[in-house]
Ligand binder design. Structure first.
Ligand code: BGC
Length: 733
């Protein structure tokens, strides 16, 4: 590294460390100056949309998710909050100014590339700031315990390391704009059905080793100013009323210094303040504005509330100061071209090539006739719905309202970004004649496929916040459509735009399958460039694709037989539902498949390339920390990127499976690279008696191209290590 760049890195590290240190001192100083009336200003906010009547937004307010009044006398800015992890949200179309949509969270997960995700975070954060926001409700990162969960598309993966690393990178990128980001939804908010009342049962150890570990890693890496607590209950307490989650785990054990904001409509009572909640968001949809008058009154006669109130303010101020949030940042114009490039680069790395019989792909630009079928491929690419929904200027290319009426109806639309894969393919292959059929009629699609050299079906699975999907089949008869088209033309390629995993009863009949997820603002261009080989696919599955829902730990989606679907997940008065996550415990996703020896349709970590890669020379090294070194070789004539994955595969001869490291390596034809990965000790440990403990014994590791395709095992012997609550104590030999 150059001396100058080293100096810049060191200076910026020192300045962020001293910003954080000064933040605590400044926060205390400002809080001390507050009048009693001022002490309940930062503790609650409104939903900044006309909800059930006009909203009275102050002059500096922006239509978005929320607004918290500032305290100009003390130089404290108002908080202007926008959703969410994929860009500045569309807010049911209330905002007419467009924003750049990143690909879905699951797509970002499939890149396995924290550098790219940080860049995406920096991009969406800059758009939020340009529009006058200073808080982004981003960092959506619940683990995929339930692939039918309606927000699967918003989250990164089923693995704590991958989700934690990527979420931390996204948050760091967002906050590099001097705005605050959250991570959400804390915690165990893994399905939408009954989201407002489902009670998740899970042991402390299982939670710490899975969903909580993902948050812990994200918080360490991203230093989010805020954490958003979740709607659901965990062991009988609401996420926003959980002394265990907020006080014990987050604030005491992890030493978190920022503030906990509630999810919208997630505050059941005033006592949440004592249990660790610092700010009541969108308070008009809670039963009362607890954190205004009632909190002020409680603080006058209760020492516990008085202490908490000071702490609540200091935590909000800490986040503002640690991120150096401007008191009045000017609005600026957005360079949509440059920002679209960031979204497109991410989509290109997110696309996963699942099947490629006889090198059907890449397509030859000279192909004679291609029938393109379905998925509104002539107009755009699918987006997920709900509060995270982003749209470019001019709104969607296609929008299908699926909501009926009700206050949140505007959120529930099947919308397509203005980025047509068909147009992008036409621009790429001028000699080819393309025909497009919308796929509504099988007969018509089969006819078109028969007359073409290649048939490309765009198949979609729409997902929305508020609703889970009932199964993992493609909706609207698309499975039958694909089956019929693939039977009629053996050169059938399926391009999937899905929120997460789907089953593929037609798989064996197809020539190729490409998983493009919800690919964002420039998804059409990204898909075309992978189909034609301008981009060598390097996405890897961040989630297991089951062969059938019967392989899941919960074959029947909890509540699907008793709870009426509705956006808010509110049940009938007094209705209860619980789900026992102790069934799988911390064995989420691929770990459950390993435990049950079930064969998935496609394993976690899987993805093909137009290149071939070889891994060898694995060495596991002990010392202060465990690390692994190995070679990655590109043995093909095409440049490409590989994602070698390091798994723990056994402890004392007993099979285990945990992802403990990964890298994304770009290699020229014939080139090789020696990769070194350092293992986070917590990934080898178990949570026992209130701390991380690595048991004595022989630990086996292997490099995989997926969770199911592992190289030779290398062992290392470790003695017992008590790693403490943080697990950051070095592992001595
Ligand atoms: C969602 C959050 C979102 C909030 C504000 C809630 O319904 O669960 O993710 O940030 O609304 O729009």
């Amino acid at each position: 590294m150059h001396f100058i760049s080293l100096l810049i890195v060191l200076t910026s590290l020192t300045s962020s460390a001293s910003l954080a240190q000064n933040a605590a001192t400044r926060a205390a100083a400002t809080e001390t100056k507050m009048t009693d009336a001022e002490r309940t200003v930062l503790t609650h906010g409104i939903m900044a949309v006309p909800f059930g009547g006009p909203v009275n937004l102050p002059a500096d307010g922006v239509i978005g998710a929320g607004y918290i009044t500032g305290i100009p006398r003390l130089g404290v800015p108002s908080e202007r909050e926008t959703d969410a992890s994929l860009g500045v949200s569309y807010v049911m179309g209330l905002r007419k100014d467009g924003a750049t949509a990143m690909p879905s969270g699951m797509a970002m997960g499939a890149t396995w590339n924290p550098t790219l995700i940080k860049r995406g975070g920096a991009m969406i954060g800059s758009e939020a700031k340009a529009k006058g926001f200073n808080v982004m409700l981003a960092g959506g990162m619940n683990l995929i315990r339930e692939p039918r969960g309606g927000r699967t598309f918003e989250y990164f993966s089923e693995d704590p390391l991958l989700s934690g690393v990527l979420s931390g990178a996204a948050v760091a990128g967002i906050q590099s704009n001097h705005i605050i980001s959250t991570v959400k939804h804390f915690a165990l908010n893994n399905q939408e059905t009954a989201r407002h009342f489902i009670d998740v049962k899970i042991s402390d150890a299982a939670a710490r080793e899975s969903d909580l570990l993902a948050f812990e890693i994200a918080i360490e890496r991203g230093q989010p100013g805020s954490v958003m607590c979740s709607y659901n209950q965990v062991n009988g307490a609401y996420g926003c009323d959980s002394d265990y989650l907020l006080n014990t785990v987050l604030k005491k054990d992890w030493g978190y210094k920022g503030y906990v904001m509630s999810d919208w409509g997630a505050v059941p009572r005033l006592e949440t303040a004592l249990h660790g909640l610092d700010q009541q968001s969108g308070a008009q949809i809670d039963p009362a504005v607890f954190f205004a008058g009632p909190l002020a009154a409680a603080a006058t006669h209760s020492a516990a509330y008085k202490t908490r109130l000071a702490d609540m303010n200091r935590r909000v101020l800490y986040a503002i100061y640690a991120n150096d949030v401007d008191v009045a940042a000017p609005r600026t114009t957005i360079n949509f071209k440059a920002n679209g490039d960031v979204a497109e680069a991410t989509a290109k790395e997110a696309i996963v090539l699942l099947r490629n019989r006889g090198n059907t792909l890449p397509l030859a630009a000279s192909a004679g006739k291609i029938a393109v079928i379905g998925g509104f491929a002539d107009s755009g690419v699918l987006a997920g719905a709900g509060s995270s929904h982003v749209q470019g200027e001019g709104g969607p290319a296609v929008i299908i309202p699926l909501s009926g009426d009700g206050p949140f109806a505007g959120f529930i639309n099947q919308a397509y970004h203005r980025s047509s894969p068909l147009k992008a393919m036409k621009a790429r292959a001028l000699q080819t004649s393309f025909v497009y059929h919308d796929g509504r009629y099988i007969t018509d699609a089969v006819q078109a496929a028969k007359g073409a050299d290649v048939a490309i079906i765009f198949a979609t699975q729409w997902m929305s916040e508020g609703f889970d999907v009932p199964d993992l089949n493609l909706p609207n008869g698309q499975d039958a459509l694909i089956d019929a088209v693939a039977s009629a033309n053996p050169n059938t390629i399926v391009v999937l735009e899905t929120g997460g995993p789907v089953v593929m009863p037609w798989l064996d009949k197809t020539a190729a399958v490409v998983e493009a997820w919800y690919p964002g603002a420039r998804g059409g261009e990204a898909i075309a460039s992978v189909l034609y080989g301008d981009i060598n696919p390097s996405g890897r599955l961040p989630v297991t694709f089951p062969a059938s829902v019967s392989q899941l730990p919960h074959p029947v989606l909890a509540g699907s037989d008793t709870v009426e679907p509705n956006f808010q997940g509110i049940g009938k008065p007094g209705q209860t539902l619980s789900i026992d996550y102790n069934i799988e415990g911390s064995d989420v996703g691929y770990r459950w498949f390993a435990r049950t020896a079930a064969k998935p349709l496609f394993p976690f970590g899987y993805g093909l390339s137009y290149s071939n890669f070889v891994h060898n020379g694995l060495k596991i090294l002990g010392g202060q920390t465990i690390s692994a070194t190995f070679n990655v070789l590109n043995t093909s004539a095409k440049a490409g990127a590989d994602v070698p994955q390091l798994y723990l595969v056994s402890v004392n001869g007993e099979a285990k499976q945990r992802l403990v490291g990964f890298d994304k390596v770009t290699l020229a034809p014939g080139a090789s690279s020696r990769v070194t990965l350092t293992v986070d000790s917590r990934l080898l440990a178990e949570w026992k008696d209130g701390q991380w403990i690595v048991a004595a014994g022989r630990y086996g590791f292997a490099i995989g191209t997926s969770a199911n395709d592992l190289g030779p095992v290398q062992n290392i012997t470790l003695s017992t290590h008590k790693l403490g609550v943080h697990g950051t104590v070095a592992m001595l030999k």
